[in-house]
Design a protein around this ligand. Structure first.
Ligand SMILES: *Cc1c(COP(=O)(O)O)cnc(C)c1O
Length: 379
């Protein structure tokens, strides 16, 4: 944790909890690691990981483009001034509004099924998403490149869809592959890229190979980059990548305050954040590192549970902690990706505030919602 404990404590006191804290230095460092590994590949940030406008503006200023999967995300991209070659429109079931917004912004479309060829705006730039039919090393809900997944066209169909795009007057730039999220084994990427390069004889040379994202935080980035570059070279194509989680996960932590403890055969520490603020443990069985911001001599294992009336609302199990007391703070690390982005107003909970730390400068980058914000659209 690079932000000092007393600064985190002060932020929680000033802004309340649950609180998302982002570290600008860590965001910059993650982007630097991506650029170091992938060289001059064009980087599109998968906005769904964390759409906070301040983070988007910082990435935009650093020359990063955006992969958008909804009309709302396209509106965010437009709002911060991104356009044209800096925007990808993706998704398995795009709406008319999404095609229209993409066309207006001059974005590049990722075609997910053959039928889309006739739905694209005239003379669109397009990539074809290929499903490499692979089993990958991640949670089932995070795998997108398996046979039978809803994403992409088959390896068999892909060359024909490229031809159909050209015949319909579109600019068929090349192929796209994204096999899932939080993938630790670089071999999964090697296998996926290998299946794509097997298509080379049928596709001929291409302008772009988009290698997607999905890199686990501890994945061998240089190894993945080497394989992606080989695949792009096989097509004579330039390489694009779409990291989401990798860019923002480590930059974010979730601060939550201890409400109390309870012993039911297990030791529970109850905190003021839960599934409504951090859904990943419940949705994917995700394990986030947890740091207590207090010290005490003795330690035992605690389950950390949230306030929701749902028995699945447990953020972590068997975490060794010094004896907790009401008011103590816990920091859930690696929470910058799919944390705030997946927070919900279930139970009329107000979504948390978000602050950005840059050196000793703290900026509120999203205010805490009020109950009135939550019901505003019902009045
Ligand atoms: C979600 C997604 C990404 C980013 O995935 P991460 O695991 O966050 O890196 C990239 N490309 C596509 C098509 C996606 O759906």
């Amino acid at each position: 944790m690079s932000i000092p404990r007393d600064a985190l404590q002060a932020a929680a006191d000033a802004h309340g909890t649950p609180l998302y804290v982002y570290d600008a230095a860590e965001l910059d460092a993650a982007l630097a690691r991506v650029r170091d590994a992938f060289g001059d590949a064009r980087v599109y940030y998968a906005m769904k990981a964390n759409p906070n406008l301040t983070l988007l503006r910082r990435l935009h200023a650093a020359g990063v483009g955006f992969e958008c999967v909804s009309a709302g995300e396209l509106a965010r991209a437009e709002h911060i001034g991104a356009a044209g070659a800096n925007i990808l429109v993706n998704g398995p079931a795009k709406s008319e509004a999404e095609y229209a917004a993409g066309a207006r912004l001059g974005a590049t479309f990722i075609v997910d099924r053959a039928e889309e060829v006739s739905l694209l705006p005239p003379a669109s730039r397009a990539l074809v998403r290929v499903n490499p039919a692979l089993a990958v090393s991640t949670h089932d809900h995070l795998a997108t490149g398996a046979a039978g997944s809803k994403f992409g066209v088959t390896l068999e169909q892909a060359p024909r869809v490229l031809d159909a795009l050209r015949a319909a007057g579109h600019d068929a730039l090349g192929l796209h592959v994204h096999i899932g999220s939080a993938i630790r084994d670089a071999g999964d990427f090697t296998a996926a890229f290998g299946r794509l390069t097997d298509l080379r004889e049928r596709t001929g040379p291409l302008t772009v190979l988009d290698a997607g994202g999905g890199w686990g935080l501890d994945a061998d980035l240089h190894g993945i980059a080497r394989e992606a570059r080989h695949a792009a070279q096989a097509f004579g194509a330039e390489l694009w990548v779409e990291p989401g989680r990798y860019l923002v996960a480590r930059a974010g932590q979730l601060l939550t305050r201890v409400v109390g403890t309870k012993h039911t055969g297990r030791n529970f520490v109850l905190v003021d954040a839960g599934m409504t603020e951090l859904l990943r443990p419940m949705l994917y069985g995700a394990v986030h590192p947890v740091a207590p911001l207090w010290s005490a001599p003795d330690q035992q294992a605690w389950d950390i549970a949230g306030p929701a009336c749902e028995s699945g609302d447990v953020l972590a199990r068997d975490v060794p902690l010094p004896t907790p007391e009401r008011g103590h703070l816990l920091a859930f690390a690696e929470a910058g990706a799919y944390g705030a982005a997946m927070s919900s107003t279930y139970l009329t909970r107000s979504r948390p505030a978000e602050v950005l730390c840059e050196g000793d400068q703290w900026t509120l980058v999203r205010r805490r919602e009020t109950p009135q914000d939550v019901w505003a659209a019902e009045e």
